[in-house]
Design a protein around this ligand. Structure first.
Ligand code: SAH
Length: 350
């Protein structure tokens, strides 16, 4: 039995599945899922992420969160949380950089992680700390919440819709004999895409990530009620436009339907639906800001110079990779959430 066999049997039994169903099976199937069964990061893995490129990323994010915590009166009881912490590198860098902020080390640490394999990696990376793992954001404590999510939302399943003359047709995955093959559902209305009828034409693809606004609402409500701040960092744009689903294996693009469960599947994050969900839940949000601008405002150049002076050869290259517009600087965007009336998180503008 392979994941392909399982998918073929599922489609044969109940009909074509959505792209979101396919992504969910490929990424998180308990025995064959991409994240459930492996540690995909680093040079030997399939892809790398900002915290794996340099410690500077997590250090600056840690200091930005600690700044917001101080701005809000340094509440004694509070949560420090991360969504999809990967290898735990980012949180380890956050905790090291903030260790000298008195009282910030009293945070209740919570990690939302679906993969048992990656939970084990995180346990190693954070062995010196007391950590609670959660399955979903719903379980986060009712307390001031300081939260980071880097490349989490891009891993959430998306649905894809093609604009039809009347409404939208959903892209599906069906069967051609024993092979997985793309298809298109019957056109119909799609209330969640009502605001996109005005800026798309027939044949255009728009993506919808059903889980994302619900997750943001949970975070934003806690921040509005109890205080806190969230930094949501991902590659994407304000609005979804076109097909951005991609498969990556061994640092190269792969075909979406080939070898399910063995390549990483991601889609660009649309930030407008996240901002709308945050506002509806009572929180304020920053402008969407490029990662390059955000890190420069937080002082990455000075930090890189200090590290380079201590003999870090790779520091200049890492600085460039994280901030340059031709590298991750413009592709990745940051959205900050904060309580109405409180200062916007450092590096961002209201
Ligand atoms: N933030 C890390 C890892 C990004 S990869 C970094 O920057 O290096 C995506 C992470 O989200 C992985 O840890 C993956 O296991 C986790 N993940 C994916 N879907 C999830 C879900 N639905 N619930 C919880 N965690 C999820």
């Amino acid at each position: 039995m392979s994941l392909t066999d399982h998918l073929v049997a599922r489609i044969r039994a109940t009909g074509p599945i959505t792209i979101a169903d396919y992504m969910a099976e490929c990424l998180l199937h308990p025995t064959f899922g991409y994240y459930t069964t492996r540690d995909p990061f680093g040079a030997k893995g399939d892809f790398t992420t900002a915290p794996e490129i340099s410690q500077m990323f997590g250090e600056l994010i840690g200091l930005a969160l600690a700044r917001s915590w101080l701005d809000q009166g340094a509440p004694a009881r509070f949560t420090l949380a991360e969504l999809g912490p990967g290898r735990g590198t980012l949180m380890a860098d956050v905790l090291r950089a903030t260790a000298r902020v008195p009282g910030f080390d009293k945070a209740g640490l919570h990690l939302v992680e679906a993969s048992p394999t990656l939970r084990a990696r995180q346990r190693q990376a954070l062995a010196a700390h007391s950590v609670r793992w959660l399955d979903t954001v719903d379980e986060l404590p009712e307390a001031p919440l300081f939260l980071i999510a880097n490349e989490f939302f891009d891993a959430l399943p998306i649905r894809q819709f093609q604009r039809a003359a009347q409404g939208w047709s959903e892209r599906q995955i069906g069967l051609d004999g024993d092979r997985l093959t793309p298809g298109l559902g019957a056109p119909g209305p799609q209330p969640a895409l009502a605001r996109r009828l005005g800026d798309t034409g027939e044949g255009e693809i728009v993506e919808l990530c059903p889980a994302a606004p619900a997750i943001v609402a949970q975070i934003a409500r806690r921040i509005a009620q109890h205080g806190g701040a969230a930094l949501l960092i991902d590659y994407g744009n304000w609005r979804s436009r076109g097909d951005t689903l991609q498969a990556v294996r061994d640092h190269r693009f792969a075909r979406i339907l080939d070898t399910p469960g063995q390549s990483d599947l991601t889609a660009h994050v649309a930030f407008e639906p996240l901002a709308l969900a945050a506002r509806a839940a009572g929180a304020a949000h920053s402008r969407m800001t490029s990662q390059g601008t955000f890190l420069e405002r937080l002082g990455i150049t000075a930090r890189a110079q200090a590290l380079a002076a201590r003999g870090g050869d790779a520091v200049a290259a890492a600085h460039r990779r994280l901030t340059h517009p031709d590298e991750m600087g413009n592709l990745f965007q940051v959205l900050g959430l904060f309580p109405p009336g409180a200062p916007c998180p450092a590096g961002l503008e209201p």
